[in-house]
Design a protein around this ligand. Structure first.
Ligand code: DGT
Ligand code: CA
Ligand code: CA
Length: 574
């Protein structure tokens, strides 16, 4: 069986090579889309192929269906093999360095023969890049910074990459009779946006059997360490998984210990010492006689220390102990509290599904409403809507709402904030929409004052309800643009503008720290999946993870409101 992920990788690679070769952008985008779709397809493409139903996959036309067929039947693709030979593999890798697009990769390769990231770094340090045409001192510095990001990315994984793998492994274990309890621990349980390694914990009286299963998991590429109670493997994606096996009566203490964070644990231990207690990964003990008084459950351990249960997402030693003491821990928002999705794209710009398809899928999720927020005209590459097409979409949504029961489709736009801070759709049209989100997609290198000014202008517009992905970061690929986020939060409070927590796992923007800061200043936040197809509506989970790490309750979140309340919560249409 050829896995969807493997097919996706081939098409993503094809897109990358075509980019370097300067091929037609639409052709490239078609391959990128297919890669994306395949990765998120709820069903094996091979099965669809066997049923003759490949054409039912959105974005799969004749030519691509044929290629999938060839891969399924022969395990290789002649077109791809030829394409790969036309360019050194290292040149392709250059594209993974932030700030390096196909044009630069081509330039470095052709002018300096650079075909690896190491060679690129060396050339930059020797100031060879700045002399090339179109380059300069600044551009060279940017590339060095990009290489740093690239190296860091090699070491950490997105929550959205690590969690599905961990859950897959957990479900492999669940069928094993010897497993009494199992849990994800570490930063993954705390839902940090990036994950160093996956930590798993199992309670069992038969660790030998557990370890045997662990090192033979289909996910294991390599065994890094093997012991009776502690082992580590490397997955095919080069992610490390640590597993510890403990006995059931220590499970709570071990889970607390291995969930961390380290600073939370240190604080907890210090508290215990003051009460004549000792905590370690085996349990809670009285110092005077070493008698074990707790260990089976986390709740019990917190209780013995006189604390309410502290959710894993709060365990960063960022004030959770003081809050717990004063009974002021937040009642954290849950995925179930989300009443609708406020950031959705469709085929009208760069999405894959239609408005109706998105609405039906959202209704199945139990949402009351969704906002359709396609891109606006400045984003040519994403097929952004001009005013005429937007008006046409507005009319279409009115009709859809008449026919669709059980969910309301809100008319919206992700309007582009241009370099000078103006919007690329005029106010008299924005006024016709239910909801307007504004975002920066270009001029990302502008100075802090300029970017802040652009956002200020957008927030002062009476029709702009939400600022989408307010810092613009793409984790591991692009740093946040230079913006004074505290000033933005202040302006949001002043203008009654909502700030988004973009829930795509590559963005998670605002992040947890800024989201909490926004809450403290009375700013409302909105969670948007930024879905470009049905399957990524699920990204809402990651937005909720950020929200929870940011101490948010449902009252801090716009789309925890019912439809009626939501309309009241938005800026008044004047
Ligand atoms: P990561 O993997 O870098 O995203 O972050 P964590 O938090 O998962 O860290 P990791 O995998 O090194 O260890 C998992 C947890 O185990 C960590 O959050 C706290 C606990 N832990 C590990 N090493 C130590 C240590 O030396 N002292 C203490 N107090 N706790 C530790
Ligand atoms: Ca970890
Ligand atoms: Ca670890």
């Amino acid at each position: 069986m050829v896995k969807n992920a493997e097919l996706a990788e081939v098409f993503a690679d094809i897109a990358r090579i075509l980019k370097i070769k300067d091929e037609n952008v639409f052709k490239i985008r078609a391959y990128e889309r297919v890669a994306d779709t395949l990765e998120n397809l709820p069903m094996e493409a091979e099965t669809l192929y066997r049923l003759g139903k490949l054409n039912e996959i959105p974005g799969v036309g004749e030519a691509i269906a044929q290629k999938i067929g060839e891969l399924v039947e022969t395990g290789r693709l002649e077109y791809y093999e030829k394409l790969k030979k036309s360019i050194p593999a290292g040149v392709l890798e250059l594209l993974n360095v932030p700030d390096i697009g196909p044009r630069k990769a081509k330039l470095f390769y052709e002018e300096l023969g650079i075909s690896s990231v190491e060679q690129l770094e060396k050339a930059a340090l020797q100031h060879k890049l700045q002399k090339l045409s179109g380059m300069g001192k600044k551009a060279e510095e940017n590339i060095l910074r990009g290489i740093e990001l690239y190296k860091r990315r090699e070491q950490r994984f997105l929550l959205g990459t690590a969690l599905p793998i961990a859950e897959e492994i957990v479900s492999e274990f669940k069928s094993l009779g010897e497993v009494e309890k199992i849990s994800i621990a570490g930063s993954l349980r705390r839902r940090k946006d990036t994950i160093g390694d996956i930590d798993l914990l199992i309670a069992s009286e038969n660790p030998g059997k557990i370890m045997d299963k662990f090192i033979h998991l289909p996910q294991a590429k390599e065994v890094l360490a093997e012991g009776l109670t502690k082992s580590a493997i490397l997955t095919h994606k080069d992610m490390q998984v640590d597993l510890r096996v403990v006995s059931s009566d220590s499970f709570g203490a071990a889970l607390l210990y291995f969930t961390g964070s380290q600073s939370h644990n240190v604080h907890l231990r210090e508290m215990a010492v003051k009460q004549g207690l000792k905590i370690n990964e085996y349990g809670v003990f009285q110092t005077k006689d070493d008698k074990k008084i707790a260990g089976e459950e986390e709740e019990e351990i917190y209780r013995i220390l006189g604390l309410p249960y502290i959710m894993p997402e709060l365990r960063e030693d960022r004030g959770e102990f003081a809050a717990a003491h004063n009974n002021k821990l937040p009642d954290l928002v849950k995925l179930n509290d989300i009443q609708g999705d406020l950031h959705i794209h469709t085929v009208d710009s760069d999405g894959i599904n239609t408005i109706e398809e998105m609405a039906v899928a959202a209704k199945l999720k139990g949402y009351q409403y969704i906002a359709i927020t396609d891109h606006s005209q400045s984003l040519h590459i994403a097929g952004g809507l001009d005013e005429q097409r937007l008006i046409e979409q507005i009319n279409r949504i009115d009709k859809i709402n008449k026919n669709m029961k059980g969910i309301t489709v809100l008319k919206g736009i992700e309007v582009d904030i241009k370099s000078d801070g103006s919007l690329d759709i005029s106010d008299h049209i924005l006024k016709e929409l239910d909801i307007v989100i504004a975002a920066i997609h270009s001029g990302l290198k502008q100075k802090k004052e300029q970017i802040t000014e652009r956002l200020r202008k957008a927030m002062e517009n009476p029709f702009v309800d939400i600022i989408a992905h307010p810092t613009g970061r793409i984790i591991g690929y692009r740093e946040a643009y230079d913006v004074d986020i505290q000033e933005i939060i202040g302006l949001a409070a002043l203008t009654g503008t909502v700030l988004e927590i973009n829930s795509s796992p590559e963005r998670m923007d605002l992040n947890d720290v800024y989201a909490r800061s926004a809450k403290e200043q009375g700013v409302l936040l909105s969670l948007g999946s930024d879905a470009h197809q049905i399957t990524t509506l699920e990204n809402m989970f990651y937005g909720v993870a950020v929200a929870r790490r940011g101490w948010l309750e449902k009252t801090n979140i716009l789309n925890c409101l019912s439809l009626l309340e939501l309309k009241k919560g938005l800026k008044k249409r004047q």
